[in-house]
Design a protein around this ligand. Structure first.
Ligand code: SF4
Length: 370
């Protein structure tokens, strides 16, 4: 087994108003049982070596330093993490403390993804976040002092009434901190978030597209490379864990709602924390479903996910890797998208990538290719 290891920590201090994940809010009394269940689930996996590890959520930083130690104790007992070149941990600014960072450093965490979302106190409060602008700055300083050399900042755009001027303030605040990586997501209304029930007045799609293009241009001029639809980085600081997803690689996911993929077999865990804990405690598998993709399905997925990356994909390489061919109808679909200006298609080299116009409607293009 190799590839990526993902571990899901579903706990949060509070539910953000835009959040559609099944998070467990303030369930401190579940943490102990959850970590036991994770340990049991990890024990059921065949031991393996992983290139990358990603602890995500939820809010992994909800765990205190004692439980962080327990989590990494489980992982290093069940798997060989000695060759993991990237070990990422998601943190919310309000959760960060020196003791937790000490623990993370001691267990080999070398990348922190910080959920900043905005540098405007007004917008942070609108989004239902627990931190303010000052807390982002103090947290970032602490991360640097503690020696973290690979930090990613999450930002949101497309907030009500947001124009270029407001977005520029957020971008410049992030650029000023100079993180190695910036993820930029559009605010969307997804059920069952609070915003999906009481929808705020979001910018229209054209304004949103304009904001994205503006942000891309500002980040690129500050030296960040746009390498995936929502991700920008300094050279060499791409998220290797996420690249593996987009490149159709193998990964194992542990915990509630976690997904796994091994050589075309995909499976996923149940998405309710309490049920996950009970199932594993009773010796049952937490798996809620699985599917097995044939060579053609794997090729199709690799094409669709590959178009998320600005480098795009080489069709011949995909065909060789999966032992299948791009069929005539999909080839025609790609050519049509190129004519419509959504793709750059080098027919000689058989390389295809999304144009900026295509990046803005990638979900629609994916549907056409499936
Ligand atoms: S957005 Fe993140 S921090 Fe907020 S509730 Fe959802 S998982 Fe938790």
């Amino acid at each position: 087994m190799s590839g990526g290891l993902y571990v899901h920590i579903p706990f949060c201090q509070k539910k953000c108003f835009y959040c559609a994940f099944a998070v467990s809010v303030l369930k401190h009394h579940w943490v102990d049982d959850y970590l036991s269940a994770l340990s049991d689930e990890a024990g059921q996996c065949s031991s393996g070596t992983f290139d990358t590890v990603y602890i995500g959520g939820g809010s992994p930083s909800f765990l205190d330093e004692k439980n962080i130690a327990r989590l990494f104790g489980t992982l290093s007992r069940c798997f060989d993490l000695n060759h993991a070149s990237e070990v990422s941990f998601e943190m919310n600014p309000e959760d960060v403390s020196r003791a937790k960072l000490d623990a993370l450093r001691s267990f080999g965490v070398n990348r922190v993804s910080l959920g900043a979302q905005s540098f405007s106190n007004e917008d942070l409060s609108f989004l239902g976040r627990c931190h303010d602008r000052e807390r982002i700055f103090s947290t970032y300083d602490l991360l640097k002092v503690q020696g973290f050399r690979s930090i990613s900042i999450d930002l949101m755009y497309g907030l009500p009434g947001q124009g270029r001027v407001q977005l520029l303030k957020d971008l410049d605040a992030a650029i000023h901190l100079s993180p190695e990586h910036i993820s930029l997501y559009s605010l969307t209304l997804e059920a069952p978030s609070k915003f999906s029930v009481h929808p705020p007045d979001l910018p229209d799609p054209q304004t949103n597209a304009d904001l994205f293009c503006f942000a891309k241009s500002r980040l690129e001029s500050a030296g960040y490379r746009h390498y995936e639809v929502s991700n920008f980085c300094r050279p060499g600081f791409e998220s290797r864990h996420n690249l593996n997803y987009w490149q159709g690689g193998d990964y194992i996911g542990l915990g509630v709602a976690a997904h796994s993929h091994q050589q075309g077999r995909r499976w996923w865990n149940i998405d309710q924390t309490k049920r996950y804990i009970e199932r594993v405690k009773n010796g049952a598998s937490p798996c809620a479903g699985e599917e097995v993709l044939d060579a053609e399905g794997r090729l199709r997925d690799a094409l669709v996910f590959g178009l998320r990356m600005t480098d795009g994909v080489c069709l011949s390489q995909l065909e060789e890797r999966f032992g299948a061919v791009i069929d005539e109808s999909r080839q025609k679909q790609l050519e049509a998208m190129a004519e419509e200006g959504f793709l750059d298609f080098d027919k000689g080299k058989r390389c295809v990538k999304a144009t900026l116009k295509g990046m803005l409607v990638l979900d629609e293009l994916s549907v056409r290719l499936i």
